[in-house]
Design a protein around this ligand. Structure first.
Ligand code: ZN
Ligand code: ZN
Length: 89
């Protein structure tokens, strides 16, 4: 799903995303949440402000076009704000 060799990977941010609940169904748990890139890396989407936590099931839904992009973008912004707040403490 994700290429091994990628530019501009923000591991710390991806780790933060993995610790969240699935933003569609609320599922949480170790190894159940995978960061989804709203804009694909191929389309030069980065990690921050562009990633949302999705469980494997909802991840499939997102990739088959069942989750509106506009909504995904809003969520990505929201998670980025949460992340920044956490770091300011
Ligand atoms: Zn889910
Ligand atoms: Zn994805």
């Amino acid at each position: 799903m994700y290429p091994k060799q990628v530019r501009e990977v923000n591991e710390e941010y991806l780790e933060f995303i993995r610790q969240q609940c699935c933003c569609v169904c609320g599922l949480s748990g170790e190894n159940l949440i995978a960061p989804h890139h709203v804009k694909s890396r191929g389309a030069r989407g980065g990690d921050t402000k562009n990633t949302i936590p999705l469980c494997l099931n909802c991840h499939n839904l997102a990739h088959s076009g069942h989750i509106p992009k506009e909504w995904q973008r809003e969520q990505a912004e929201r998670y980025y704000k949460l992340y920044k707040l956490g770091r300011e403490k």
